[in-house]
Design a protein around this ligand. Sequence first.
Ligand code: ATP
Length: 358
Amino acid sequence: MTDFLVLQNVKKTYGDLVALDSINLSVGEGEFISFLGPSGCGKTTTLRMIGGFAEPSSGEIFFEGVDVAPVPPYKRDFVHTVFQDYALFPHMTVGENVGFGLRNSGLSKSDIERQAVAALETVGLGSRAKDRPNMLSGGQKQRVALARALVLRPKVLLLDEPLSALDAKLREEMQIELKRLHHKIGIAFVFVTHSQREAMVMSDRVVLMNQGRIVQEGRPEDLYSAPQSYFSANFIGNRSFVTGNISKHSGTGGSAKIGDYELDIDWVEPTLKDGDTAKIMLDPKSLTLSSDSGIRAKVLAHQFLGQSRRILLETEAGESLNLDVGVDGMQIPKVDEVVSLAAVGGSVRAFTPEGAQS
Ligand code: ATP
């Protein structure tokens, strides 16, 4: 475990509300880590406590081995925050905005200007120092906000949904740019988002949260391929779930009955026993039409996805199921046709339905 930035048993309550429930987490030096989760799960509260804008009700936060609880935000030199709404001063130039945090640093005016331009260059806006913020696009304003934090040379940059005000295309461009910037400057980025896609494409590690707790953390590929709970599986990835009954649980795998069909399961949540009802995760790409037995479902509609076609189905139990097929290849069943589906390859996982996201 690294001792760079460590949260130890951090709890935050507001009256009776438990916003964060004993979080334990460590962030590595230079790591890109994302807090991901639904609204109200405690992402911003965690970020605010690292930044010093909120105090833990109990627990400790250490930076490089030192408890930072007594350090107010303006003295937490190791960390700076980029907010979603940029918070730029409209009456100042872009350069003055970026240099603002250095005004009490003892540097001369010309040194501050030089450093502000250098920070703007880092984000590709070196030529815009004399402009006013209202002359910039949303993406450019966001980059100024980044430069304003970077000029203070933090070791940890906190980013609170910094891209959510941008349109979809710009958001994607900024994701790439942030990733490149992270690579270039090599400091730790702690990023808050409720977009699973954003967390997955950008982060070294994703911390998935729900109701004030860390539900699962790991590399994006591990979270995607090995969700440990129904909540994780449902939140990450585009999967379907059918309800079945565990018919065998041996080792980590087993099988489940869905109607008359017995489906092999690669991983069964350890708490599930034979006969228990389970939510079974099925990847749209791991299903195929079967002329033999299978999960019986009726075709509701087709969607053209470019390189594949998605077939939207409903099982006999009324659950939605998606099947992806190549554009040419497998014969495509017609709308209203009832088909049998078998699982081939992919990862079929069974979860206890409790804790299901509402
Ligand atoms: P979102 O994605 O909507 O920003 P979040 O995961 O960042 O959500 P938080 O802002 O951390 O969630 O809030 C966690 C919980 O704490 C919520 O139930 C919220 O209403 C509550 N909360 C946050 N700040 C305060 C406060 N200052 N006073 C009272 N309750 C608060």
